[in-house]
Design a protein around this ligand. Structure first.
Ligand SMILES: Nc1nc2c(ncn2[C@@H]2O[C@H](COP(=O)(O)OP(=O)(O)O)[C@@H](O)[C@H]2O)c(=O)[nH]1
Ligand SMILES: [Mg+2]
Length: 266
């Protein structure tokens, strides 16, 4: 069997309340548009026919894995579960990106905060780019995060200032959990990625830039979903600050791997 053209990686931690409906939304969208091609229907032009979904259960203590298993029975070959010991979003995404079989691999939030039809935009961007980052800042400067509580936006702003200044340089939105990569690029980036906290998004953009890949920003729609797993507090703040500080130090002296010389470079 040839590898799926697109693998969607969903990191999930204690997502029993949100994952079921999110998977139904995703599979409903993909089946409606005939992307699995089981019955010979042609797929929509913008997305490949062959798509699979890989949920990475990050050592959840709830029924997250059962929800995936129950649905996988009906979606043979299309839905996979990878269970890893709890390690944080960064380590779960890394495990998924390294295990995914697709020619193109996109990771997305397990609550479908980014509607599945935005996949088309990422695939389109990846025609010419090595990596595509969803951004909740729109072309006209408006921000999809206005639905977030004010305290969350204030924290996000400080985080972003620090991340831009110390680590990645100007980026509209580092933290959007919707990013896509060609498989070889994903393997190269995520084999090097070390940060296990939410700062991993910043590290990934940093690696794309340091390794000379072409990253493209894709403004996407985004809807805040209730039941966020984020538990901001003093300890998380310290961890985030420490991880931001470490990113450039962790990758001191980084050189592109020799065997990736034939990948497309921007
Ligand atoms: N693997 C893993 N994923 C997490 C963790 N915390 C959050 N996530 C995932 O990150 C994504 C976004 O989480 P969410 O709680 O909606 O964050 P928010 O949208 O930023 O408030 C979802 O896929 C979550 O399951 C964690 O500790 N480990
Ligand atoms: Mg969310």
């Amino acid at each position: 069997m040839s590898p799926p053209a697109l693998t969607i990686v969903l990191p999930a931690y204690n997502e029993e309340a949100r994952l079921g409906s999110a998977l139904d939304e995703l599979f409903g969208y993909l089946h409606r548009r005939g992307h699995f091609g089981r019955d010979g229907r042609p797929g929509a032009e913008e997305l490949p026919l062959s798509i699979d979904v890989l949920v990475v259960d990050d050592g959840s203590a709830d029924h997250t894995a059962d929800i995936v298993r129950a649905r996988a029975e009906f979606a043979v070959g299309e839905l996979h579960l990878l269970s890893v010991p709890h390690g944080g979003k960064g380590s779960a995404v890394r495990a998924g990106m390294l295990a995914a079989a697709g020619d193109v691999i996109v990771f997305a939030d397990a609550d479908m905060a980014t509607p599945p039809d935005e996949l088309v935009l990422v695939m389109e961007a990846l025609r010419t780019a090595d990596a595509a980052y969803g951004s909740r800042i729109q072309a006209d400067g408006s921000d999809m995060r206005t639905t977030q509580p004010a305290w969350r936006r204030a924290l996000g702003k400080s985080f972003h200032l620090l991340a831009s200044w110390w680590v990645v340089g100007p980026v509209d939105d580092t933290q959007c959990g919707f990013k896509g990569f060609h498989r070889e690029v994903a393997r190269d980036i995520f084999a090097r990625q070390k940060i296990t906290s939410i700062v991993f998004d910043v590290e990934v953009i940093y690696l794309v830039r340091r390794l000379g890949y072409r990253g493209v920003v894709v403004p996407i729609h985004w809807g805040d979903r209730r039941g966020s797993r984020m538990r901001p507090g003093f300890l998380l703040g310290l961890r985030v600050a420490w991880d931001l500080f470490r990113v450039p130090l962790l990758h001191r002296g980084l050189r592109p791997a020799k065997d990736v010389g034939d990948l497309r470079r921007g």
